[in-house]
Every structure is written in C-alpha cells, then in structure tokens.
Design a protein. Structure first.
Length: 374
C-alpha cells in the first residue's frame, strides 16, 4: 500500500513539474513569438468570444495541434494557461484528445499529455473550462494562452518545440437575447451567429441587430419577416444596451402555390402566408402548340387537379394555403377548326385536280384544224 502511494505521489509530482514548465514556456512563447513553433503548431482554434458571468455551463475550446520530428518515447503536452492571474496557472477544466487519448491527467485541469504513435501528425484537443469546472469568472477580458510542446523521454521540454496561441474571452453580465425561429440566423455587430435563438454576452453601448427579410426552409416553404415584437418594422436595427435586453423577430410562414402543365395564361402562382386564401385562374381555352395551333387547334379547360384528385372544375377558383400546393391543369383537345380547315383544303385540292383533268381531256378530244390552201 505504501509503495503504491509512493508511486502515485511521484506521478503527481512529475505532472506538476511538467505543468510548471508549460506555464514558463507559455510566458516565453507569448513574449518571444519568433522563438517557437518549430516542431509543434496550433491551428483551428475555436472558442466563444463571450460568456455570461456566473454561468454554470462549461466553455468549449478546441484546436488542432500538429507535431513533427518527435523522437522515440516523446510526449506531446498541451494546456491552457491563465495569463491574467498572478502567478499564472493552468486553467481548471477537463481535457480530451483524438486519435490518442490524454494520459496521466491531473484532476480538473485543462492539461493534456499525449503519447504519439508516429514521429509526426495532428491531434485534435478539446478542453472544457469555466462554469462548474472552475472559479466564478469576474466580468472583463479573460486572457488565456493555449500552449503545446514536445517532451523527451526524460520529461524535459524539447528546445524550440513550444508553440502558443493567445486568445481572449469576454465575460459579461449583460445578455442580449434575440428570439427567432430555428431556421433564422441573426447577425449582431456584423458577426453572424448560429441559427436559432441566441443569448449573447454583450458590452454596454450601441449594437446593430440584423435578420433576413425572408428565409428559405425548403423549395415550397419559407419564412417572411413581419416585424419586431416591439413594433419596429425594419429587419435591420440599432439598439443601445445599458442592461440585459431581449428582442423578438416575428416571422410568418409562407407556402408556395405552383401550377404545372400547359397553362400559359395561368395566374395566381407564388408565395402566400399560411392560412391565407389564394385565387388562381386560367383561360377557358388556350391555343395548341405547333402546327395544330396555327390551324386553330385549341385546348379546352376541364379542371384543376392536385395529385389525382379533382380540386375544382371552374377556370377561376380558390384554395386555403394551409400547406404547399402544386396544381395541374387538365385540358380537352379541340380539333374542330383544324379538321374544318383540313377538309376545306382537301375539297379545294380535289376540285382543282378534277378541273385540271377535265380541261386536259377536253383538249385531247377536239379534231385538228386543216390547213387552208392558197
């Protein structure tokens, strides 16, 4: 039992020493930006720009750490250091990585030790910090530094292997809430937010809020901006924040009415508010296409169909837009005039043919005139 406690104590001590070294290199890397990033690189750093003071929710910080030329039994160390504290410390939190997993982790510490399987490669790291995982955050700018380095088999940091990425998270007690449908994306001060309602920590002063006038849900459904709940009618607005404020953008669902089939004169197609009544119409007759149309062929209206069901038999009708509707016009072909014209033409050709034939036969039946003698 005593031996196991001894080994555990030595492991914790080694991890503590590595953490102290990481803090030292974080400070050096932040002051000497040209002296690092030779064998490790931090990229794709993602973190929230602002959080709510006192929120119990942890903050997610992710990055891709690439390393190269790692020797045998080397370790990759990545951690987040609080640059604003005195002394500087590793931020409390939880760390994970992939494809390799963090090993020898101190309890509740944003600190990851990875055993690479190759001499070079990328590691995706994720840290959960703040909230219930750390101390309550005061308002202001929380200055942090993600630092990575390679360790030798002797647990010493490889010279010039440390890389660093400084970032700042704003902690604010003022919250801007924008209530919108899930399909809508709001833009605040030129920054596009995630789709749907937002709660955004924000500083005092003027801020611009912008929502789209329309947003497509799919090819047959969309949302139309109908104004702000407080009466402001324009989708783009500037507000002055002095305390936590909430705004709601009101949207109306619209459905599309479409008409398919030969219906050149059809009217009423387009977008309609949900629950409204759409009026659509078509001419009683329309000319056929091609040569039959030139000869006077017509299509006579027979009815409106939706799918295989007859919806209306009047050329002008109405429908409640409780969903998207696609209507098909059914026509009855009328060949009367082309047939009459064809018949007249055939008769005329026949008469002309017999007239020519009769004239030719008459000429052949006359006797030839004798020549007069002088």
């Amino acid at each position: 039992m005593g031996r196991s406690f001894y080994h555990a104590g030595r492991s914790v001590l080694r991890i503590s020493k590595i953490a102290v070294l990481l803090i030292i290199f974080a400070s050096l890397a932040s002051t000497l930006p040209d002296a690092y990033a030779q064998t490790t690189t931090i990229a794709d750093l993602h973190y929230p720009f602002g959080v709510v003071a006192g929120s119990p929710d942890p903050i997610f910080v992710t990055a891709t750490v690439s390393y190269r030329n790692a020797g045998h039994s080397y370790l990759l160390v990545v951690g987040i250091v609080d640059m604003g504290g005195t002394p500087q410390t590793v931020v409390p939190g939880i760390a994970t990585s992939s494809p390799d997993q963090c090993a020898f982790q101190p309890t509740l510490s944003a600190f990851c030790i990875i055993t690479p399987h190759n001499s070079s490669g990328p590691e995706h790291v994720e840290f959960k910090i703040g909230g219930i995982l750390g101390r309550p955050l005061p308002e202001g700018n929380w200055k942090l530094n993600m630092t990575a380095a390679l360790l030798t088999s002797n647990r010493t940091i490889v010279e010039n292997s440390a890389s660093s990425a400084l970032f700042t998270i704003t902690v604010s007690s003022m919250i801007l809430t924008v209530k919108i449908p899930a399909a809508i994306t709001v833009t605040v001060d030129g920054m596009q937010q995630s789709p749907g309602p937002i709660q955004l920590p924000i500083s005092a002063g003027p801020h611009t809020i912008s929502v789209p006038s329309t947003a497509q849900v799919d090819n047959t459904t969309r949302l139309r901006f109908d104004g702000w709940a407080d009466g402001f009618a324009v989708p783009n607005r500037t507000v002055t924040i002095e305390m936590s404020r909430s705004y709601e953008a009101v949207y109306v669902t619209q459905y599309r009415l479409a008409v398919i089939g030969e219906a050149v004169s059809a009217t009423g197609q387009g977008w309609y508010d949900a629950g409204s009544i759409a009026t659509f119409s078509v001419a009683e007759t329309e000319p056929m296409g091609g040569i039959l149309g030139l000869l006077g062929g017509k299509l006579g209206f027979q009815g409106w169909y939706e799918g295989n069901q007859l919806l209306a038999d009047s050329s002008t009708s109405m429908i409640i837009m409780d969903k998207p509707h696609t209507l098909t016009v059914n026509w009855q072909a009328d060949y009367t005039i082309p047939l009459i014209i064809s018949g007249v033409v055939l008769i005329a050709l026949g008469l002309a043919y017999f007239a020519i034939r009769h004239r030719n036969s008459t000429r052949r039946g006359r006797p030839a005139k004798r020549a007069r003698s002088r």
